[in-house]
Design a protein around this ligand. Structure first.
Ligand code: FES
Length: 91
């Protein structure tokens, strides 16, 4: 099962095992990871699931909708910014 490590701004780390087919956002919400609000429930309409990704695995390309929403995040947009609801775990 894939594992995701969530790192808080203070450096606290939490490793979560995530079934294939589940988004990083759902993994965070289901495991009580702070900072992932996900107001829209994963519809790419709120940007409250914004994360900075340090992944070794390839990521899916940005869609136009995700790219647009990343311009309105509460925290600054970086080159590694993604919406965690758009990142679905694969093997
Ligand atoms: Fe709203 Fe990801 S949960 S954009």
């Amino acid at each position: 099962m894939p594992r995701v490590t969530f790192v808080q701004p203070d450096g606290e780390r939490r490793v979560v095992e995530v079934p294939v087919g589940v988004s990083v956002m759902k993994a965070a919400v289901n495991n009580g990871v702070p900072g992932i609000v996900a107001e829209c429930g994963g519809s790419c309409m709120c940007a409250t699931c914004h994360v900075y990704v340090a992944a070794a695995a390839p990521l899916p390309p940005l869609t136009a909708d995700e790219d647009e929403m990343l311009d309105v995040t509460a925290a600054e947009r970086r080159a590694t910014s993604r919406l965690s609801c758009q990142l679905v775990l694969t093997d």
